[in-house]
Structure formats: C-alpha cells, structure tokens
Design a protein around this ligand. Structure first.
Ligand code: ATP
Length: 250
C-alpha cells in the first residue's frame, strides 16, 4: 500500500510476557486511524516496533512497504511523537526545530511553517522549560511534521491539551488526512477519539479486537466507549466481525 502502514503477524515477547501477539492490520492513507486499547494492551510496543526502536520476535511492521531500517529517508517517510519529553529545557522551541532540521537535511524555512501549523508561532522564541505539557505536545508534533512525512505516528497526542488545543489538534489531523497523509494516533480519551478518527484499531492483551471504520463499530447505536469496553473485556474476539470466539481458536 502506497504510504500506508502494514502490520503483519507482528509479535513481541519479553521473557514469558507476550506484549504483542500475532497482530495483523493495515493503516490507510487519507484517513485518521485511532489506535486504542487498555493499559498494557501492547500499543506502545507496536508503535516502537514500527519505528525500529524494538525488534519484533516475529512478523513485520512496515511503512510504505518497508521496515523502518530500510527507509532511505526516514524523516521524510514517517514523523512520530512518542512522548513529549527529550527537549532541552534551556533551548527555545524554534531552536530545537532548527537543530532537528539541520540534522535531517531539511530546509530551515520549514521551521516557521511547522511552528505556525501547530499554533506555536508566537511562542517559538520561548524556552521549552517554560512550556506547558500541551505546548510540548505541539512542539513534538511540529518536530514530527518537519520532514513533511507521508506517515504520522502519534502516541497520546491529546495528552495535556486543553479543549481548545484538542479542537486544534482535531482540525490539524483532519487537514493532514485530507492532504493524503496516513495518521495513526493512540489515545485513552475515547470521547475525543470518537470526534477525531475515521477508523479504529483496538487491541487488548496484545491481540487485535477490531480494525475497521468507526461508523461500523457504532452502527447499532453503541457509543465508542461501550464498544471498546465490550471488545476489550471479551476473552477473545474475531477482529473482522467483533464476534466473540472461543479462546481456543487462537
Ligand atoms: N521492555 C519491556 N520489558 C518487559 N515487558 C514489557 C516491556 N515493554 C512492555 N512490556 C509489557 O508489555 C505489555 C504491553 O505494554 P505496552 O506498553 O506496549 O502497552 P500499552 O498498550 O502501550 O499500554 P499503556 O496504555 O499503559 O501505555 C505490558 O504487559 C508491559 O508490561
């Protein structure tokens, strides 16, 4: 799939703990996909395997058909925000982005563009140490957007955002999807997810519980939260239909 994400039989075991268990799904360009699951479901581990930070025990996690390590220009292929940390507190937001642009061979003019895009144009000169959590989230997003990547991977991007920040994020992600980007975002804020995403992927216990359109999941009048609780509390579920199957099947 051009510009998409392919997760194929992906598995990660840490000793006796199976964090991710034979996961298979696709994430398409042009839509916003929510990546959901209770604590410990395996979301972060999956995203870290996709970004080449963790080696899978089995299976593949591909960006535009390639493993992260095989990408010729990773910064231009994928932008990621895993957590809003790692910024030098004494540096301004603008300088932080300038350094990343320089290191990534990205034109300096992109720095002002991305600051503007995430709503930090007026705060770019301020030290990151004085930023709120929401501002650090925006800066992380700006860093992810620097290389104009086709694929965006965002771990809890709504964390720390106030209602206005959430609305801005929603508009930004919608615009990026409309421009043809592939957007995968994890979140625990289901009310926010329900307003933001077109498709959802739901994990529990490292296994896939649902992958498909949000409208299909909520077609029978169920809220996303109710569907989420049903799918993630069931012992095992057919990911295609959401029907509960005997655990022995898998
Ligand atoms: N480095 C590691 N060593 C051992 N176990 C790990 C490691 N990383 C993750 N795990 C385990 O793998 C499982 C999945 O964790 P993961 O962080 O991927 O879940 P998550 O869905 O991102 O959870 P959360 O919503 O709480 O962030 C958990 O049981 C976790 O304890």
């Amino acid at each position: 799939m051009s510009g998409g994400i392919t997760i194929d039989g992906l598995t990660k075991r840490y000793g006796t703990v199976t964090a991710v268990d034979d996961l298979t799904f696709d994430v398409e360009p042009g839509v916003v996909t929510g990546f959901l699951g209770p604590n410990g479901a395996g979301k972060t581990t999956t995203l870290r395997m996709l970004l080449g930070l963790v080696t899978p025990t089995a299976g593949r996690a591909l960006i535009d058909g390639r493993r992260y390590a095989e990408l010729t220009e990773p910064r231009r292929a994928v932008g990621a925000v895993l957590e809003a940390t790692g910024f030098h507190p004494g540096r301004s937001g603008r300088d932080h982005l300038r350094i990343l642009a320089l290191a990534g061979g990205i034109p300096g003019s992109r720095v002002e563009e991305v600051l503007d895009r995430v709503g930090l144009a007026d705060s770019g000169h301020r030290r990151v140490g004085g930023y709120s959590l929401g501002m650090r989230q925006r800066l992380g997003l700006a860093a992810a957007l620097l290389g104009e990547p086709k694929v965006l991977v965002l771990d809890e991007p709504a964390n720390g955002l106030d209602p206005a920040g959430m609305a801005d994020l929603r508009d930004l992600l919608r615009d990026l999807a409309d421009e043809g980007h592939t957007v995968l975002m994890s979140s625990h804020v289901l009310s926010e997810v329900a307003q933001t995403v077109d498709r959802v992927v739901i994990l529990a216990g490292g296994t896939l519980r649902y992958a498909g359109p949000l409208t299909e999941l909520t077609a029978k009048g169920e809220t996303l939260e109710a569907a989420f609780l049903r799918l993630t509390s069931a012992p095992d579920t057919d990911p295609a239909t959401g029907a509960t199957t005997a655990p022995a099947h898998r």
